[in-house]
Design a protein around this ligand. Structure first.
Ligand SMILES: NC(=O)c1ccc[n+]([C@@H]2O[C@H](COP(=O)([O-])OP(=O)(O)OC[C@H]3O[C@@H](n4cnc5c(N)ncnc54)[C@H](O)[C@@H]3O)[C@@H](O)[C@H]2O)c1
Length: 333
């Protein structure tokens, strides 16, 4: 089992990665906790045995259930059950579950301890770590949320046994992203080492910029187009699939802006191909609509901010020439 620490002063916490590490979860419960609220989804079907009094709260599936209504329903069920401020919440599931559970925990009684137990590859390498919580609005993804660091993150590789093929691909969409954010080349690594390497990169970025006032934005590499595509496709395109297309698109935008050369674009393709990721949507999209969705993305301040590769590595860049953004869409359709 490997342990990586997220260094955030009094909000620091461990991330465990390994086989069977879920058995250690009680070690991270605060002494005050009498009750454990486990938030999960029916299809996940993973049981965690505790000595404490616990109850399972199931939420719906998919991005449409990642809503403020789900959060309110959860909080009301917690009140009904008598969950108090000294108790603990566990988010047991993919990124959707951990985002919702931790958001609800962060506002319930003005903040309850939460432990994230990601059960998807994407959750392990990204969503469960770093303290971003939130839900969608009809107007866009993750438009309401909080920063609320968990007490621990337990990445038990055994939970991935039942993960469908498509969800593996989604996880590898985020793994591919880390290749451009300073990770070692993971193409020859085993699963645990790959997860650990991605977590190391994420935790070091989060430790430097917890609240995304600067460099943390680079974790959104490939995400501006991804969020627009997810919304435009009414979430029939999964997050990780959209991120893979978004990474290829971001490479093209960087190329048109003269930030990277053809060889670097080819390297993007090589990495995405290695993980068997689709770089094209396979259909035409309404480009004007996609561009208008970019400007609704919460990362846009003045103009459209894109996270782009370049000589100094990946960094946020304000793109004002909308024509470049439109032209680059051609390579991913
Ligand atoms: N907070 C962050 O920093 C952050 C970062 C990246 C992504 N996210 C969010 O994460 C979400 C995507 O996460 P995801 O890809 O894990 O999707 P998800 O949580 O929707 O899970 C995908 C599907 O896999 C199922 N599933 C989960 N674990 C399983 C298992 N072990 N066996 C079988 N089925 C299982 C789920 O029930 C679901 O149907 C998005 O909402 C995205 O916005 C958040």
């Amino acid at each position: 089992m490997k342990e990586i620490k997220v260094e955030l002063a009094d909000r620091s916490y461990p991330v465990l990665v390994g086989s069977g590490c879920l058995g250690r979860i009680e070690k991270y419960f605060p002494e005050s906790a009498r009750r454990v609220a486990i938030v999960t989804q029916e299809q996940i079907g993973i049981e965690i045995p505790f000595s404490k009094d616990f109850k399972v709260f199931e939420i719906g599936k998919g991005e449409t259930a990642k809503s403020i209504e789900t959060v309110i329903k959860l909080c009301r069920e917690w009140v009904d059950w008598g969950l108090t401020r000294s108790d603990i919440v566990i988010g047991l599931g993919g990124g959707m579950v951990t985002d919702v559970a931790a958001f609800a925990a962060s506002i319930y009684h003005r903040g309850l301890n939460v432990i994230n137990v990601p059960t998807t590859l994407l959750g392990m390498v990204d969503a469960a770590i770093g303290g971003k919580t939130g839900v969608n609005l009809p107007e866009g993804k993750n438009l309401i949320g909080t920063f609320w660091q968990p007490k621990a993150v337990i990445c038990d590789i055994d939970t991935l046994r039942t993960l469908p093929e498509r969800e593996w691909k989604c996880g590898y969409g985020e793994v591919a992203k880390y290749h451009f954010l300073g990770a070692d080349d993971m193409r020859e690594s085993g699963l645990i080492d790959t997860v650990v390497e991605c977590i190391k990169v994420k935790t070091s970025i989060v430790a430097e910029d917890e609240r995304e006032t600067g460099n943390r934005a680079i974790l959104n590499y490939g995400h501006t187009l991804a969020h627009a595509l997810e919304l435009e496709n009414k979430f029939t395109l999964a997050h990780g699939e959209a991120v893979a297309v978004g990474i290829r698109y971001a490479a093209q935008v960087a190329f048109y802006l003269g930030r990277i050369g053809e060889d670097r674009v080819a390297y993007h393709e090589e990495i995405l191909n290695h993980y068997g990721l689709q770089m094209k949507l396979g259909k035409r999209v309404d480009i004007d609509r996609i561009i208008s969705l970019f400007s609704k993305d919460k990362k846009s301040m003045d103009g459209i901010t894109f996270v782009l590769d370049g000589d100094l590595g990946v960094e946020p860049v304000l793109v004002q020439d909308v024509n470049i953004l439109m032209k680059a869409m051609e390579v991913v359709q």
